[in-house]
Design a protein around this ligand. Structure first.
Ligand code: AMP
Ligand code: MG
Length: 466
């Protein structure tokens, strides 16, 4: 067993190799500090797939030290804990200084496919905590853990989650809840807001230092370009367009698309009041405090574009205005191209036809008018019987307006006939892109309730297997 483990490169906790290149940036970028200890930590969830990314042997999670380390009570050799500082536009309003108010970056662990930041979320107060207590609660930690791994399983760029450690320490929210620490992993946690901080302070040297750092660590292929910072902006625009196209296609609402929650790597980051679309509603708002619907489902593509403007603005010390504007002008086309490509595969279409955009809009309108379940619709569409006269009852029954469905089904049948696909050939193709399961709210809720009320973590593990 031990030999096999060594061959696979899986190591013990003490054998992990850490570095913290972010900690070698100038002191204005962060505050070094240790996590605040938590009493009686215990393991709530452990994700072997994330452990594998850094070569950590899964048995290590069974050691008592594991919970001590990943709640911040004990530091491993090589950890260099720090809280990063950033700024950001929150609900459209610029906040000159935010930062890791409850997250602490421990360092980067080297894995077979690169380095991963290990960050403890909920590890205690930092100089950026403002009015907050520096803690995360068990409920939100489970929600982030499950969602980030669900997104990964769906092929959507995201931060990952290594583990949740719980504690009996009470935390006051609307109710009394218990504290937990989520270990989050990403190649980088740099946000649009990291650039906005230095730009708004007119610390242009720091903007350059951060851009150089991001390029060197994460976009090394841009180093030799004529204008590397412009190319960085273009890369981030392209990745963000692709990310949001994925969100729209799978029906994911982020809920808090502030620029401090936008990743410079185009990852889904900071899972808060997110939601997966159930009954389809263009204007679905998942964040109860988002009264104006700024971050509603159908606003997400535009908001991402707006956020990219903020990033471009922050990069202006390094990029020509006209070039930045021209790069931003490419966003919409990139989003549309990604989104329509994803939706074409969801509809099972193998070719592109002139009316496809209209078909897609009308499909979504049909769904919206009946508030039909988004995921179920596309999954059942894989079983569509294109024979004339077929009633397609399982699909039809999702709609209140059966006549509207019949008209739509007739049109879809005609569209399918324009290409040489068969029902049998189309189904497996559609099943690969139309998920059977998404992380519906009630699923996450049942896992949270069992964990919080009974300390029964089996539902979290079951959902992870799904
Ligand atoms: P979020 O909306 O989760 O992205 O958080 C926005 C800002 O508030 C970030 O700077 C967080 O670090 C900070 N923050 C959120 N919750 C807390 C908390 N409980 N304690 C301290 N800071 C927090
Ligand atoms: Mg945040």
């Amino acid at each position: 067993m031990n030999i096999a483990r060594a061959e696979l490169g899986a190591v013990k906790l003490e054998e992990l190799r850490f570095d913290n290149r972010y900690g070698r940036l100038p002191p204005d970028f962060y505050t070094r500090l240790s996590p605040t200890p938590l009493p009686n930590p215990y393991l709530v969830a452990f994700n072997p797939a994330a452990a594998d990314l850094i070569g950590l042997a899964p048995e290590e999670a069974e050691r008592a030290e594991f919970a001590e380390i990943f709640c911040g009570n004990r530091l491993l050799p090589g950890f260099d804990p720090l809280a990063a500082v950033y700024a950001g536009h929150q609900f459209g309003v610029f906040v000159p200084q935010l930062g890791d108010g409850r997250a602490i970056l421990l360092g980067e662990a080297a894995g077979a496919q690169g380095r991963w930041d290990l960050q403890l979320k909920g590890a205690g107060k930092t100089p950026y905590s403002r009015m907050g207590d520096g803690r995360a609660v068990l409920r939100s930690s489970i929600r982030e853990y499950l969602a980030s791994e669900a997104m990964h399983a769906l092929g959507i760029p995201t931060t990952r989650a290594l583990a949740i450690v719980g504690s009996d320490q009470a935390v006051i929210r609307e109710n009394i809840e218990s504290a937990a620490v989520l270990t989050r992993m990403a190649p980088s946690h740099v946000r649009f807001g990291s650039f906005e901080l230095f730009s708004s302070r007119r610390q242009h040297e720091h903007v350059r230092t951060l851009a150089d750092y991001v390029i060197d660590q994460h976009y090394p292929q841009l180093r030799e370009a004529r204008a590397p910072c412009l190319e960085l902006l273009r890369e981030v625009i392209g990745r963000t367009a692709k990310l949001v196209a994925h969100w729209q296609a799978v029906g994911f609402c982020h809920g808090v698309m502030n620029t401090d929650n936008m990743s410079i790597l185009g990852l889904t980051i900071d899972y808060g009041p997110y939601g997966f679309m159930e009954g389809f509603d263009w204007g679905h708002i998942c964040n109860h405090s988002d009264d104006g619907g700024r971050y509603a489902y159908n606003m997400q593509p535009r908001i991402a574009h707006w956020n990219l403007y903020c990033l471009a603005q922050a990069l202006l010390p390094l990029v020509e205005v006209e070039e930045a504007e021209s790069a931003l002008g490419e966003y919409e086309g990139q989003f549309e191209q990604n989104y329509s490509g994803l939706m074409r595969t969801k509809l099972g279409l193998a070719t592109t036809q002139a009316d496809d955009a209209a078909l897609l809009q009308d499909t979504l309108k049909l769904l919206h008018d009946s508030r039909a379940d988004y995921t179920t619709f596309f999954r059942r569409l894989g079983n569509f019987d294109s024979a004339p006269g077929a009633d397609n009852a399982p699909l039809r029954d999702l709609f209140a307006d059966r006549d509207a469905f019949a008209v739509w089904a007739g049109r879809y049948r005609v569209r399918l006939a324009l290409e040489a696909s068969t029902d049998a050939e189309r189904k497996p193709r559609m099943d690969r892109v139309n998920p059977k399961y998404v992380l519906r709210n009630y699923l996450a809720e049942s896992a949270i309730r069992k964990a919080a009320d009974e300390r029964d973590y089996s539902e979290i593990a079951r959902l992870m297997r799904l």
